[in-house]
Design a protein around this ligand. Structure first.
Ligand code: TRP
Length: 324
């Protein structure tokens, strides 16, 4: 084992294949690291406190997505953040010595407040200011040394290191300084060429049936200059090609034939749909297993138990050095 990893995702609804590379990265890492993957419902509350989110169905959905892609509960602890109270406890203790200025200068903080205030949401709250501090507590309560995240989260992991340093300086060395591990996330557009998002109805869900895959691929926007099958195509302006680049090993040949006008868009889309089917069908099979009543609940309960073993040890040390 190379060490410990912690990562989390907010439960905000079913995932789509734009999220897939992040979870696949976790699937690889769980082989080499002691892994903790958390559905961070408390983080969802920092921005969605008035939404009355139905966490019981949201957490089930996201857990099923993780399990179907191949997170293995034998190898990784999968659990709900709010089920492991030490996250909240450490967050509170960290808040005692965290300067306000550190939180106010996190790059996304002011931006997001502004953006969401246009949607009528007031994020001038204590909880939202503390978002990255809660994240630091998530990571450090496991003494994780590696944190697989998206690029947008790098400043948060940087803050987490600063918190660890400050704690260690004030009370004695308890925490490692975790490194971020930014996986390659290929940028997949939605079928209409805009950002892939469930709310735009342009996403391919991780649970898509064969029919849905075919329909979505048919909807993909292709080179508008290509009217006839033997017109030369321009893969660089084609959504289908963006997907071939990731899911089709022989993409070079596909692009060459397109440019030469040797394969039409219909056949090219059929080829992609077949590859997406190969990608997604194992997810469907695993999902069918985990969907049986009680299975997800058991995974989350056992995951939380395993998590608590680690977090209660850390908290013992923290309480001791802080004199509590
Ligand atoms: N902030 C992360 C996101 O929005 C989610 C998250 C919460 C997280 N706690 C974490 C990620 C700890 C990594 C480690 O994507």
């Amino acid at each position: 084992m190379k060490g410990r990893i912690f990562s989390g995702m907010r439960p905000t609804g079913a995932l789509h294949i734009g999220h897939l590379s992040v979870i696949q990265n976790w699937v690889t890492l769980q082989e080499d690291y002691e892994s903790y993957f958390s559905i961070v419902d408390l983080h969802a509350l920092t921005t969605g406190y008035e939404d009355r989110l139905d966490f019981s169905s949201l957490r089930r959905e996201i857990a099923l997505d993780w399990l179907s892609v191949g997170i293995d509960p034998q190898k990784s602890a999968i659990f709900l953040q709010s089920a492991v109270k030490e996250h909240a406890e450490l967050h509170l203790l960290f808040s005692m010595f965290t300067p306000l200025s550190w939180l106010e200068r996190v790059p996304t903080y002011k931006d997001q407040i502004q953006q969401l205030s246009q949607q009528g949401k007031d994020l001038g709250t204590y909880g939202f200011l503390g978002y990255p501090l809660l994240m630091a507590a998530d990571i450090l309560v496991y003494k994780a040394n590696v944190v697989p995240v998206g690029e947008d989260q790098i400043p948060h992991v940087e803050l987490c290191r600063e918190i660890a340093r400050r704690f260690n300086h004030l009370y004695g060395t308890v925490f490692p300084e975790p490194k971020d591990l930014v996986g390659k996330v290929p940028l997949l557009p939605g079928v209409d060429g805009r950002k892939m998002s469930k709310s735009y109805h342009n996403a391919i869900s991780l649970t898509a049936s064969s029919e849905e895959i075919k329909t979505r691929v048919q909807q993909m926007v292709t080179d508008p200059a290509r009217l006839r099958k033997d017109d030369p195509g321009h893969p660089e302006v084609c959504v289908v090609d963006k997907f071939h680049k990731i899911y089709t090993p022989e993409v070079a040949e596909v692009e060459e034939k397109c440019r030469a006008g040797k394969v039409g868009c219909v056949a090219c889309k059929r080829h992609l749909a077949e590859n997406l089917e190969k990608l997604i069908s194992p997810f469907r099979e695993r999902r069918a297993y985990w969907e049986e009543p009680g299975r997800v609940e058991k995974v989350l309960e056992e995951g939380a138990q395993r998590a608590r073993v680690t977090t209660s040890e850390t908290m013992k040390e923290v309480r001791c050095v802080m004199g509590l």
